[in-house]
Design a protein around this ligand. Structure first.
Ligand code: SF4
Length: 71
């Protein structure tokens, strides 16, 4: 699946990195980015990480993580 993020609206809570550390990381200000593509706002999520990415999206307090099979 694909996943989109909106770093501009991230509130730097760090939760997504705790839930899906293979996919999400954050910059010096705590703002989310993808581990593999720090400047991308969407990327392909491998099957093995889909469950944790969906969980991160559900728990993100800013609602800025959008997993999708159709993006
Ligand atoms: S869970 Fe949401 S608000 Fe928190 S760091 Fe990740 S993207 Fe940002």
């Amino acid at each position: 699946m694909q996943c989109k993020i909106i770093p501009e609206e991230c509130i730097a809570c760090g939760l997504c990195q705790l839930i899906a550390p293979s996919v999400f990381d954050y910059d010096d200000n705590g703002i989310v980015h993808f581990v593999d593509e720090p400047h991308a706002i969407h990327e392909f999520i491998p099957k093995s990480a889909e469950t944790s990415v969906r969980q991160a999206a559900k728990e993100c307090p800013a609602h800025v993580i959008f997993p999708s099979d159709s993006v």
